[in-house]
Design a protein around this ligand. Structure first.
Ligand SMILES: NC(=O)c1ccc[n+]([C@@H]2O[C@H](COP(=O)([O-])OP(=O)(O)OC[C@H]3O[C@@H](n4cnc5c(N)ncnc54)[C@H](OP(=O)(O)O)[C@@H]3O)[C@@H](O)[C@H]2O)c1
Length: 225
């Protein structure tokens, strides 16, 4: 039987890299999306993964990558992990340019890429995991970091939208919060290890065909929107 195929965005470092390594260990064929990195290139070569080098803000790049992935993997793809993300406001203050950048990477790119891969995902009744954040929750919406918060709330809306669009196709789409994780984004004071954060994402990667769709989870437990 051919290997399951997983596409992971933002695979160069942090959670995207950790999830990619675990999926490889679980036997998936990996297709990684990342900005150019010689270190990632060497890793990909070592494990026989494919890499598409480009910027998530470049929608033409995402469309072209999706076309090439679909052409190569004619039987379809099993998993899309929309992981690439930015936290553009270390000081927590509003700036219009930060809102634009956050919507572009955190909200629009995952929607655009998932739609471009629709046929391939439907062919295998695949799974989409949108890597969101507890900071996106409306119930616990707090002050500060508006670009990050609101763009991730938008990503959660993307999850709901796609899950309903594709309910008849058998493609399941969920949002996941990895918790506060020690990465370049989370910083050294974060309470969770990379492995713990990755495990929260991996749970949603492996939900069964009769598993949930259109939900928001951390460690396999539902979160409030
Ligand atoms: N760490 C946490 O505490 C935490 C908590 C909740 C949610 N999350 C979410 O988890 C995901 C991964 O976060 P992380 O902590 O691993 O962050 P990270 O260490 O900062 O890594 C971010 C990844 O996204 C990629 N990326 C960002 N902008 C990109 C763009 N325009 N084009 C292509 N790639 C881009 C980066 O690529 P480059 O190497 O090229 O920059 C990198 O691979 C994000 O969606 C984040 O919002 C993280």
């Amino acid at each position: 039987m051919s290997k399951k195929v997983a596409v992971v965005t933002g695979a160069s470092r942090g959670l995207g890299r950790a999830v990619s390594e675990e999926l490889h260990k679980k036997g998936y064929h990996l297709v990684m999306i990342a900005r150019p990195s010689s270190e990632l290139g060497a890793f990909a070569e070592k494990i026989g993964a494919e890499v598409f080098w480009g910027d998530m803000e470049d929608l033409a790049f995402l469309e072209s990558a999706a076309k090439k992935i679909s052409a190569k993997h004619r039987l379809g793809i099993d998993l899309l992990v929309n992981n690439a993300g930015i936290f553009p406001e270390a000081d927590g203050a509003y700036e219009a340019s930060r809102m634009r950048a956050a919507f572009s990477v955190n909200t629009l790119a995952p929607l655009h890429f998932a739609l471009a891969l629709e046929g391939s995902l439907a062919a295998r009744k695949g799974v989409v995991v949108n890597v969101s954040s507890g900071m996106a929750g409306l119930k616990e919406m707090n002050g500060g970091y508006p670009a990050y918060r609101v763009s991730k709330t938008g990503l959660n809306a993307v999850t709901r939208y796609l899950s309903q669009e594709w309910v008849g196709k058998g493609v399941r789409v969920n949002s996941v919060c990895p918790g506060w994780v020690k990465t370049d984004m989370g910083g050294p004071s974060a309470e969770r290890s990379l492995a713990e954060g990755a495990a929260s994402i991996l749970w949603a990667c492996e939900i069964p065909s009769d598993g949930p769709t259109g939900g928001f989870f951390r460690d396999g437990k539902r979160l409030d929107w």
